[in-house]
Write a protein that binds this ligand. Structure first.
Ligand SMILES: [Zn+2]
Length: 66
């Protein structure tokens, strides 16, 4: 799930799945009144969170009990 936040005051506006947005969505922030336009390919908040694709490192030398 992706958090859609206001670009101005960072209020959480809604949550959506990754490909739930198929068109342009305009949502007005109830707090500051900013109209946030959401596009399906690139959300307005692109530097909000980093996703590191290599999260699972299979070559770790720490042997735990699995
Ligand atoms: Zn706002």
């Amino acid at each position: 799930m992706k958090e859609i936040r206001c670009g101005t005051c960072r209020k959480l506006l809604m949550k959506s799945a990754d490909r739930a947005i198929v068109g342009i969505i305009e949502i007005k922030c109830p707090r500051c009144g900013t109209m946030n336009s959401l596009r399906p390919l690139e959300p307005f908040s692109e530097r909000q969170e980093r996703h590191t694709p290599e999260k699972t490192c299979p070559g770790n030398s720490s042997s735990k009990t699995r």
